[in-house]
Design a protein. Sequence first.
Length: 242
Amino acid sequence: KYFPRFSKAAARIATVSEYSKKDISDLYDIDLVSIDVVYNGVGNKFKPLSQEEISTKRRELTDGKDYFVFVGSLHPRKNIHRLFRAYERFKRASGSDMKLVIVGEKFWWNEEIKEAYENISDQDDVIFCGRLNDEALVQTVGAATAMTFVPYFEGFGIPILEAFRSQIPVITANITSMPEVAGDAALLVNPFDIEEIAVAMRLIAEDPEMRASMVRKGMTRLEHFSWDRTADLLWKSIEKIL
């Protein structure tokens, strides 16, 4: 209701990605030169875990099994219903005993998500953690085999960077802001193509060399994002007004 008014009244607008910059410009008819991109950073709390920590967390969470992790609110745009179906397809094709761990509140748990979950045959292998405190989140992400984060709309996608800092591979969507954030350090998939998501899951699960390569690329990609850089970019935006 109010953002169109705010956007017209603002001397400048700061947003978190080039994608969001163009989206704001198109949606509210704002000149691109009035919008600055101020990328998000990622918290230092995320870190790679030791093998002992990984084993401990997996025993606690999945009876010791490897798992994919999703982090985010269970909103329809997060594409959870297709992730469930892709996971089922991955399990059938691979015979894997890997679990799927879902971290986030069910605030927007709608009929489409509910139906997708209830219709998969591997419900017992999908583990819902709800919202986690910082320590539990760091452990849960760090002990995962990979992050599966395939929304069909995202302004930035901080879980991608959290996975990079945790040194786990990432599967993410090839649209909106996510390719801009992930660069070449993630497997990019069409979020509307269940088979493509499932194939990416199988590639990650079965190819340790690919996982190691993606972890290295993720660590390099992190060099583009920090809260210090965010602060510098925001200050430069403010200076344009002063």
